[in-house]
Design a protein around this ligand. Structure first.
Ligand SMILES: [Zn+2]
Ligand SMILES: [Zn+2]
Length: 304
């Protein structure tokens, strides 16, 4: 699949028995990415059979414990596995101060290049761009410096023309190469052009990640016209006072952000542990923006 998001955690503040703090795994065209890494993230990766050894990029929104406490553990486990590939970590500079103290005093020598990328939480910037995807950062408005991320596909997989492939007896083991745009060479050396086996690719998909933040019009501007939006919905709107005080968003406000930003679909998460049943939060967001889904743990969203 070209662009998938798996929810590893959707709880705010403390973990509960059924819900874990923030963490999401993204697969963009075989690039393996983590956004936020709350406590228990590495166990969640195991539970959903995602290999941590594949992770190459980790994006952290801010240094509150529910977004970072799983990160030292995850990196140490990768070290124990004698991981070798570089791991790039993006986040506010305070994150790296915290990690450095921890790794210095635990005398940790990493078996792999651990590369820090400090992101300015006050600026809108492109923090990463490669052949497959681009990541833009933008400011969120919370109690400590907080960064939102907008991930956009760049390299588009072609759509397979299954009928043509069957007719020409193309083995399915070649399907991925063909979707990447390669021609197919038959066993007797005949070349079949890629255009004969595929349909043109669709438009690139974008995914915005907004956690944690108070409702603020500037966020809407930064994520305008994104295809998918993950937005925190810590409280119901009857707790608006509490949301303002703690600089969080209500479910109704998350729906308003999605509507005003003109996104296609909204995923809500980062729920307060006071809500055992999440249906009222979903209903409240839907009252503003009908195409809303709960970011339930273990669910994988295929973005297309
Ligand atoms: Zn949080
Ligand atoms: Zn926070």
């Amino acid at each position: 699949m070209a662009f998938e998001v798996t929810i590893l955690g959707n709880s705010s503040a403390s973990p509960t028995l059924n819900r874990h703090p923030s963490g999401q795994y993204l697969n963009i065209c075989d690039n393996h990415i983590l956004i936020d890494c709350g406590e228990g993230t590495q166990m969640q990766l195991q539970r959903y059979k995602i290999k941590k050894s594949k992770l190459s990029h980790i994006f952290i929104s801010h240094v509150h414990g529910d977004h970072i406490l799983g990160l030292p553990g995850l990196l140490l486990s990768m070290n124990l596995m004698k991981h070798e590939q570089p791991v790039n970590v993006y986040g506010p500079k305070e994150l790296f101060e915290i990690l450095d103290v921890f790794f210095k005093h635990s005398e940790t020598d990493f078996s792999f290049p651990l590369i820090y990328h400090a992101v300015d939480p006050n600026e809108q910037t492109i923090v990463l761009e490669n052949l497959y995807f681009r990541v833009k950062s933008f400011p969120l408005y919370h109690r400590v410096p907080t960064i939102g991320y907008l991930l956009e596909e760049r390299f588009m997989l072609k759509k397979l023309n299954v009928d043509a492939c069957q007719k020409l007896k193309v083995p399915f083991t070649h399907f991925n190469d063909i979707k990447m745009g390669k021609d197919y060479i038959t066993a007797d050396g005949k070349k079949i052009k890629n255009e004969e086996l595929t349909f043109p690719s669709t438009r690139p998909i974008s995914y915005a990640y907004c956690s944690d933040t108070i409702f603020d019009e500037r966020v809407i501007k930064a994520i305008e016209d994104a295809d998918y939006l993950y937005h925190e919905s810590t409280f119901m709107h009857d707790k608006l006072d509490r949301a303002i005080k703690t600089m969080h968003t209500t479910a109704k406000q998350a729906g308003m952000v999605a509507k005003k930003a003109n996104v296609n679909q909204l995923l809500i998460g980062h729920f307060s542990s006071r809500y055992e049943d999440l249906t009222p939060l979903l209903e409240e967001a839907k009252s503003e923006f009908p195409n809303t889904r709960l970011a339930l743990e273990g669910s994988t969203f295929i973005l297309e």
